[in-house]
Design a protein around this ligand. Structure first.
Ligand SMILES: [Mn+2]
Length: 324
């Protein structure tokens, strides 16, 4: 039976377990790693035996979170037995990747998540899509279980909730959200220092790559559409990785007057597109037309054509959308 449960039941389930396996999604972000470490600290404080697993490595900028080295690969869990497996911040079983093996092998499974698209893949599912981050749900569990939030855990939870709100600029922030933030400050969170490391500081290679992208910026449709193009040479000459390219497209969307934008990146097999739009436009439909997908306002696809040819196609398609 895949049941939806409330906070109290989730707290009771954690209380009743002795050995708990904790896992999160592949390519983890601040909410994934922050929630994982915070849940681990919560259970450890309650005297439980725990193991944390994640298929992908912890991103560099999250390695300021103490204890990140204790996060193991899923194979580490194969030799051990647990009486509860708990997944954090993943909307479906595919999303936890290889951690899905040890997760489903466990007798009891608990899903803690905030995605509206959650498939309730646990035996018990504490899912609330009205909170900004999974970290908000872990905060509630600290409260419900009467465990004090340490300064260390405050940093974990801050990493979680600030990541999913773009450092407090979007998402479902309400009174409870800021009451929780007040709780983190009370626990000794150094918010300015944490924000600098987690959100403001960038790798020099990223800034050099962004300079290239911004230099390629062109406007169309009277400033309602903009685009950027990155060539393979832009990566090799700046020392940037493909990972560094992520997020650059948002700088196009954050230009006053822009309603739609894209970043076209040259790849071996063709051209990769990151598409963005301001409501009520829809880039997921455009991405779908080119064999990709995503959300209404943020989507992606790959066109099997050289960079300039592919980018001209995308620009024409978006111009059509804006002139409808
Ligand atoms: Mn999240």
């Amino acid at each position: 039976m895949n049941g939806r449960i409330d906070l109290k039941k989730a707290a009771d389930t954690l209380k009743g377990a002795r050995r708990v396996l904790l896992c999160t999604h592949v390519q983890p972000d601040g909410d994934a790693i922050g929630s994982l470490l915070a849940a681990n600290a919560l259970l450890t404080a309650m005297g439980k035996d725990t193991m944390m697993i994640c298929e992908s490595p912890v991103p560099e900028n999250l390695r300021i979170l103490q204890g990140w080295e204790e996060i193991r690969t899923p194979e580490a869990a194969e030799q051990a037995t647990f009486d509860l497996a708990c997944s954090l911040d993943a909307s479906d079983l595919m999303r936890i990747g290889l951690a899905g093996g040890p997760f489903t092998a466990c007798r009891d499974t608990l899903v803690i998540d905030h995605h509206a698209s959650n498939t309730y893949f646990g035996q018990q599912n504490y899912v609330d899509s009205h909170v900004a981050a999974t970290g908000n749900l872990v905060f509630r569990l600290f409260d419900a279980l009467n465990v004090r939030i340490t300064q260390e855990s405050a940093l974990y939870l801050y990493a979680a909730v600030s990541t999913d709100t773009g450092n407090f600029s979007f998402g479902q922030m309400d009174e409870e959200f800021f009451m929780q933030m007040a709780g983190l400050m009370k626990a000794g969170l150094d918010i300015a220092a944490a924000s600098r490391v987690l959100h403001l500081c960038k790798q020099p290679a990223f800034i050099r790559l962004m300079a290239r992208a911004l230099n390629s910026l062109t406007f169309h449709c009277g400033g309602r559409l903009c685009e950027m193009r990155l060539r393979t040479a832009d990566f090799s000459e700046t020392g940037a990785s493909r990972e560094n390219g992520e997020g650059i497209v948002n700088h196009g969307l954050n230009i006053l007057g822009v309603e739609m934008c894209f970043l076209a990146t040259q790849e071996n097999e063709g051209t990769r597109f990151n598409l963005r739009a301001v409501w009520p436009h829809d880039v997921s439909a455009i991405a779908l037309e080119f064999g990709g997908g995503g959300h209404l306002l943020a989507a992606g696809c790959t066109i099997k054509a050289p960079l300039d040819q592919a980018a001209d196609m995308m620009r024409a398609r978006m111009e059509r959308e804006l002139n409808r």
